[in-house]
Design a protein around this ligand. Structure first.
Ligand code: 5GP
Ligand code: MN
Length: 336
């Protein structure tokens, strides 16, 4: 297994994790499979090594990821503010996972940033906010944060045996972040997946939980989304808009639109897809692309966000009527 990071970083990590320190693992708002997989996989591993571990996130994760958090250990800041604040206050070491810095953790990020704990970052996004941390494990040359953490743990504790729960968590992060091994896959990704499978990660169970676990409402909402894809052939783009009234009509719940952004990309000739989800005070924008078309630039410039080359996101404050004009303006800067 190729080393991702120089030895001196592993030495510093080992020093920071002195016996019996209290460790808090934290991730971004609206946690996805890689975020929850990283929290649970690393969290359970560190517990197994004897550390006192808390796992926290700013807002709730979707129901279809509950199978990873079997003991319901993840504390959600928006639901248990005092408890989470206390954990942060008592932490000796904090580890931010699957996020480039504290800014994508809203108010909880402020508490973490202000704490006196030793701060570690483990992430695969570009442009890590490195100055906020004492130790940074960050590279975009991996499929996911779960892959990065697994590889790091293998180097740190070569003899350790990963439990089924830990392996399931890491493999779920890899499967979801790569869109089922379609994007951001590196040669080592498959070795890691193989290692996790050998440790008991059950791919069929992961697929049952993540992709074959729709409520009837969610399935019907998917039908609506598919029926309402709008095409912009001149930009090789397809996009979907789901407004509040539609979401309400289908009894929308957090996580119900997971993966919808990928639908337009399945259409022949479409290289960019965009998905617009109206939330209470803004419209969440997700962008995906194929091949050498980068969407992170327009996510940053037009939608106050960012992300990866082929998978980015952001938001807009305008009304849904403004979507097409803004999208065309953004696409005009990347597609001739
Ligand atoms: P998604 O469309 O799945 O919500 O997000 C796609 C990717 O965009 C995420 O994996 C993450 O890297 C990035 N991303 C999502 N929201 C934001 C944001 O608000 N700011 C930045 N910089 N990146 C984001
Ligand atoms: Mn990720």
């Amino acid at each position: 297994m190729k080393d991702l990071f120089p030895k001196n970083l592993i030495v510093r990590w080992n020093e920071a994790l002195a016996p019996s320190v209290r460790v808090v693992l934290a991730t971004h708002i609206n946690p996805d499979g890689d975020a929850v997989g990283s929290l649970v996989g690393l969290g359970l591993f560190l517990k197994q090594q004897g550390f006192k571990v808390s796992m926290i996130c700013p807002t709730a994760y979707p129901d279809f990821l509950k199978f990873l958090d079997r003991e319901r250990e993840i504390l959600v800041f928006s639901q248990k503010r005092e408890q989470v604040a206390r954990k942060i206050e008592q932490a000796d070491v904090t580890i931010a996972v699957d996020v480039s810095g504290f800014s994508r953790m809203e108010e909880m990020g402020g508490l973490l940033s202000g704490s006196g704990a030793f701060k570690v970052l483990m992430d695969h996004h570009i442009d890590p906010e490195a100055a906020e941390f004492d130790l940074v494990f960050s590279t975009p040359l991996v499929s996911s944060t779960c892959e990065l953490i697994y590889r790091l743990l293998r180097i740190w504790k070569p003899e350790a045996v990963f439990s089924k729960e830990q392996s399931m968590a890491f493999l779920t992060g890899i499967i979801t972040d790569t869109n089922q091994f379609a994007n951001s896959v590196y040669p080592e990704t498959f070795n890691v997946a193989s290692g996790l499978h050998a440790c008991g990660a059950d791919t069929e169970e992961i697929f049952d939980q993540v992709y074959r676990n729709f409520t009837f409402n969610r399935m019907r909402l998917m039908g609506y989304a598919l029926q309402n894809i709008r095409l912009l052939p001149e930009f090789k783009t397809g996009y979907i808009v789901l407004t509040r009234d539609v979401l309400d009509a289908f009894g929308y719940r957090n996580g119900d639109t997971e993966g919808f952004v990928n639908f337009p990309l399945a259409i022949k000739g479409v290289s960019v897809s965009a998905f617009f989800l109206q939330r209470e005070d803004h419209i969440k924008v997700s962008l995906r692309s194929k091949g050498n078309i980068a969407v992170n630039g327009i996510a940053k410039e037009f939608f106050s966000g960012g992300g990866h080359y082929n998978a980015s996101a952001g938001k807009m404050e305008d009304t849904p009527e403004k979507i097409e004009t803004l999208l065309k303006e953004a696409l005009g800067t990347i597609i001739a």
